[in-house]
Design a protein around this ligand. Structure first.
Ligand code: NAP
Length: 253
């Protein structure tokens, strides 16, 4: 028997798909033959992605979702399941990541980071998990970060939020793995996206980042997509509660 890496025909959700990693993950998942429900705060911002997926012969539908609203999360996951009949794969990608020196962090900044990156991810997992437990099947992939396990200056709230994502992923794996759900996290290194472009376009910052990546390059969205599709496919059916680092060796040192 060969391992099965196919996600063809599966129903997948990608949150935060209007740009950056989420946009590329949605394209890759659709190209792999899954039907993708993509979400962002403004449904209209997803129009270019829908057009690109359709142009490439894939299938997608757009939903408006602000992951800070638990009410919205529940109704969107129920709507997607009603529209497609089931829910096989959920990629919790929506996130924010601006840096701030610890002594300057405000309550508002802290709450926004934790609301989107940690609370949002948990309640998306919960909404998906309830549906998947009823089906007896599901794959959840949470987009964490390499800095969920190491620190980075100006990352106090971001690192705390991503460390929390790793921990909730483990607990949910303990509770749900015997009932057909695999839940894992991926931990990318720096990827060039609208969220990181300003920092990575600063030569000094880019030099410093490259010096910390033994593989010698910034990551690409395809690097992340490979890990996500593996964790969404039957090939990873015994993989649960883990963090798959896609960091070029950053954290191996
Ligand atoms: P990005 O370019 O800034 O895109 C962020 C996405 O999240 C957008 O689609 C945005 O959609 C969505 N989003 C933000 N706030 C939201 C909210 N309240 N509700 C719903 N969606 C929201 O970021 P990225 O660099 O692609 O990062 C994507 C994920 O990868 C994040 O979880 C990030 O922490 C993680 N990550 C990124 C890197 C990197 O180097 N880029 C490395 C490790 C991990 P709208 O604003 O259109 O709603």
């Amino acid at each position: 028997m060969q391992p099965d890496f196919s996600i063809r025909g599966k129903i997948a959700v990608v949150t935060g798909a209007s740009k950056g990693i989420g946009y590329g993950l949605a394209q890759s998942i659709a190209a792999a033959g899954a039907i993708v429900a993509v979400t962002a705060r403004d449904r209209a911002s997803l129009a270019p992605l829908l057009a690109e997926i359709a142009q490439a012969g894939g299938q997608a539908a757009a939903y408006e979702l602000d992951v800070r609203s638990v009410t919205q999360i529940r109704s969107v996951f129920e709507q997607i399941t009603a529209d497609f009949g089931r829910l096989d794969i959920v990629v919790n990608n929506a996130g924010v990541g601006d840096g701030m020196l610890a002594e300057e962090v405000t309550e508002e900044y802290w709450d926004e980071m934790l609301d989107v990156n940690l609370k949002g991810v948990f309640f998306c997992c919960q909404a998906a998990g309830r549906i998947m437990l009823a089906q007896g099947y599901g794959k959840i992939v949470n987009v964490s970060s390499q800095v969920s396990i190491v620190g980075i200056p100006e990352g106090v709230a971001y690192c705390a939020s991503k460390g929390g994502v790793n921990q909730l992923t483990k607990v949910l794996a303990l509770e749900w793995s015997s009932r057909g759900i695999c839940i894992n996290a991926v931990g990318p290194t720096f990827i060039y996206t609208p969220g990181t472009a300003e920092r990575l376009d600063t030569p000094e910052f880019r030099r410093d980042v490259l010096a910390r990546i033994p593989a010698g390059r910034i990551g690409t969205i395809d690097d992340v997509a490979g890990a996500v599709i593996y964790l969404a496919s039957p090939a990873s059916d015994l993989v649960t509660g883990t963090l798959l680092l896609v960091d070029g060796g950053w954290t191996a040192q």
